[in-house]
Design a protein around this ligand. Structure first.
Ligand code: ZN
Ligand code: FE
Ligand code: FE
Ligand code: ZN
Length: 266
């Protein structure tokens, strides 16, 4: 069975991942993948914004590391990308980032629901206790819709990230998903099936089946990502993710090259 491309993996430059791109490439080959893409946490406008991403001055080094993997593994297709944090007001910065290297795609992710709270950060887990879960989800999905509408991204990352720690609202979230997916469909971007959720407290792929079903109904294309932060996580749980996609109705996935999308059979 042909596995889809793993389009979400990190490098040590983000300060919380281990293994060089060449190590991820080696693991990808061993896992039977034919295409991968590096999408490490992009620099922010200010280098002291947080401590879990590369510094601006390391961007060329990042590209060189990915190019070294491309050179050493010519039989594997290796794409050059970034996971870019969407924060309202930083659109111009992201545009400039896009012009600095020949990226194959940008994953737009929302981790921040305010300037200071990255909701998936275990060090800030106590913040969840101060807030109503549904309020957090509302802000998060509103920002995610804005990320899609910005047209700065090819793929929207881990679409229901707020479930990471297993804290879920009791309210029906369907209207939040629908509003977000309308923005995605209108902007013609894709969403990813991110298997990292299976390794977190929520024990579930991002996004959940319900969100994915809505995405399929709105003809939103999908990609796959392990969100590997160690080489051994490359391609992890991809069979399960493919099964979820197929059960939802998907028979295609997509690939990116130079920010151009192409559909391939799943
Ligand atoms: Zn990370
Ligand atoms: Fe992320
Ligand atoms: Fe990631
Ligand atoms: Zn991630």
């Amino acid at each position: 069975m042909q596995l889809p491309a793993d389009y979400h993996m990190h490098t040590p430059l983000c300060r919380h991942a281990i293994g060089e791109p060449v190590d991820y490439a080696r693991c990808a080959e061993a896992a039977g993948l034919t295409e991968i893409g590096f999408s490490d946490h992009s620099p922010m406008l200010r280098d002291d914004f947080d401590n879990w991403r590369m510094f601006d001055r390391q961007l060329d080094e990042y590209v060189a590391k990915v190019q070294l993997a491309q050179k050493n593994f010519p039989q594997l297709t290796i794409r050059l990308a970034l996971e870019v944090d969407y924060l309202p007001g930083q659109e111009e910065w992201i545009q400039k980032l896009a012009a600095r290297h020949p990226w194959d795609y940008f994953i737009g992710s929302v981790h921040y629901v305010s300037e200071s709270w990255d909701i998936d950060n275990p060090a800030k887990l106590s913040e969840w206790k101060k807030r109503d879960a549904f309020e957090v989800w509302k802000i998060y999905f509103e920002r995610l819709a804005m990320a899609a509408e910005s047209k700065l991204f090819d793929i929207i990352g881990h679409a229901d990230l707020p479930k990471k720690f297993g804290i879920r609202p009791t309210q029906d979230c369907t209207p939040l998903y629908a509003h977000f997916l309308d923005a995605v469909a209108k902007s013609n971007c894709a969403i990813e099936l991110n298997t990292a959720g299976l390794r977190k407290d929520c024990k579930e792929i991002y996004p959940c089946r319900e969100l994915l079903q809505l995405a399929f109904a709105k003809h939103v294309p999908i990609t796959f990502g392990s969100d590997a932060h160690v080489p051994e996580e490359v391609g992890m749980n991809f069979i399960e993710a493919m099964e979820l996609a197929r059960a939802t109705g998907y028979s295609e996935t997509c690939r990116f090259k130079q920010r151009q999308r192409e559909s391939v059979w799943l």
